[in-house]
Ligand binder design. Structure first.
Ligand code: GDP
Ligand code: IMO
Ligand code: MG
Length: 428
């Protein structure tokens, strides 16, 4: 493995990235969140304590590590400050442990409002966003009306930009959605500056920091948020998030050159089955008792929104696609234990669309809705894999399941997770 490692979601998010990043953090100097925002919910369980991280990298729970929120992340300051408060029992001083990019864009209350109004106004095609203002915040960024952390050091400049942005948001709310709002520039300004005071000492040029660190050979762990199939360019558009949540987001999200990022090892995290929160195509979705069983056994309810997650069999067409897009060097299969005790386990190896067998993931949502999975049925394992830590303990059928994933994707499975806790995993 090279000095740097990228951990990415290979599916539609919630693959267990937080758990994997937390356990691997011990081998790294820097842990980096580079895209998305508080739409992410990364769970780390340590003993009887459960931490849900939204903006802060999952490496924060270990001492002596530098955690970076880089320029590609959109930050709601009130949420960042609340999150820091929630982990105060583990981190009493964030200085030297958490760094926030001066180039990161800010999510303001009007972004959250516009997210809500946009979702409400969509008739049959709601995305089912987390309502965290992510889409509108990236719209501001790309529309060049966004406000960055660096701007907060210049109060006059910030206020002027904020005034324009609030006026624009009010007009959109009123003229597009017919909703009169009480958005108030002064109030937002005061609140923002209040939160900013608490994080100002943590602001840094994270692009420069990372460049220097990687040039020196220090070890960097990149923590993806969301998953490849939610990527704005390569995912199941328009049912996606608004950032590049695949490996494609690494350069623009960190400000690192491709040749440095390209040296990193890339591992994709995939559940042993599939879940999806929100709307959009999901070829292997199970709407029967099997789907219900997976949801209950896997506790499949959103970390950020509490919504029940849709569930289905492992989709190797999507995983093959994710492996290609991201250039995976290895796969981490999580929640193997959730499949314990089933008579049979299915994996999709192709789709059938209008009678034709397709092995490549289609672009069109209309085609995707027509996809019928072509399943390979494997024998289930009747033993518990929960909490196992050694490959030799795995049932033969579970090993066969892993082998099938490797054969279909041509990517080695490097690790299997057998429970939510830190120490419940197996190196393969
Ligand atoms: P993330 O967004 O990719 O970090 O994933 P989430 O934290 O949103 O969702 C994964 C859920 O599965 C969390 O509740 C984890 O505690 C839990 N989890 C992670 N790995 C395992 C595993 O191997 N087995 C079981 N049973 N639960 C796991
Ligand atoms: P983590 O990092 C699962 C989904 C939403 C919705 C779509 C767009 O925990 O894996 P957004 O609020 O981003 O505009 O919503 O993306 N979504 C996630 N689903 N895990 C996530 O993050 C997600 N972040 C966004 O449910 O379908
Ligand atoms: Mg999550």
């Amino acid at each position: 493995m090279s000095d740097s490692l990228v951990i990415l979601g290979s599916q539609w998010g919630d693959e267990g990235k937080g758990k994997v990043v937390d356990l691997l953090t011990t081998d790294f100097d820097y842990i980096v969140r580079y895209q998305g925002g508080s739409n992410a919910g990364h769970t780390v369980i340590i003993g009887d304590k459960k931490y849900a991280l939204h903006l802060i990298p999952s490496g924060i729970l270990r001492e002596g590590k530098k955690n970076l929120i880089t320029n590609g992340v959109v930050i709601a300051l009130e949420e960042l400050v609340a999150e820091m408060e929630k982990i105060k029992d583990v981190v009493d001083n964030f200085e030297g442990r958490l760094y926030i990019s001066d180039r990161a864009h800010i999510v303001f209350p009007y972004h959250k409002l516009l997210d809500q109004l946009s979702e409400q106004s969509k008739k049959g095609s709601k995305v089912g966003t987390t309502l965290k203002g992510i889409g509108p915040a990236y719209m501001s960024k790309y529309g060049r009306t966004g406000i960055r952390i660096a701007d907060l050091f210049e109060p006059t400049y910030f206020k002027e930009r904020l005034k324009n942005a609030v006026e624009e948001a009010k007009k959109i709310a009123e003229n597009v959605y017919g909703v009169k709002t009480d958005l108030d520039t002064q109030k937002i300004y005061d609140e923002t500056m209040g939160y900013f005071e608490k994080i100002a000492p943590l602001v840094a040029d994270t692009s420069l920091m990372l460049y220097n660190a990687m040039e020196k050979g220090e070890k960097v762990l990149f923590e993806g948020a969301q998953g490849t199939m939610l990527d704005i360019d390569m995912g199941t558009y328009p049912y996606v998030t608004s950032s590049n949540s695949s490996a494609l987001g690494l350069c623009n999200g960190t400000g690192l050159p491709p040749k440095l990022v390209g040296k990193a090892t890339v591992w994709g995290v995939s559940k042993a089955y599939v879940t999806r929160v929100g709307a959009g195509p999901f070829p292997t979705e199970l709407k029967d008792r099997h789907g219900e069983l997976l949801r209950e056994r896997g506790h499949e309810y959103g970390t950020t929104t509490g919504r029940p997650r849709r569930t289905g069999w492992l989709d190797l067409v999507a995983l093959r696609f994710a492996s290609r897009i991201n250039g995976f060097d290895g796969l981490v299969i999580t929640k193997l234990d959730v499949l314990d005790g089933l008579d049979e386990v299915k994996v999709a190896v192709a789709y059938e669309i209008d009678g034709k067998v397709v092995k490549d993931f289609p672009a069109s949502p209309v085609e995707l809705e027509k996809c019928k999975p072509v399943y390979k049925t494997l024998k289930g394992w009747k033993k518990s894999t929960y909490g196992l830590t050694d490959k030799s303990q795995l049932p033969e059928e579970a090993l066969q399941f892993i082998k099938t994933i490797e054969e279909e994707t041509k990517i080695p499975v490097v690790m299997v997770s057998t429970g939510a806790e830190r120490n419940q995993y197996i190196w393969l």
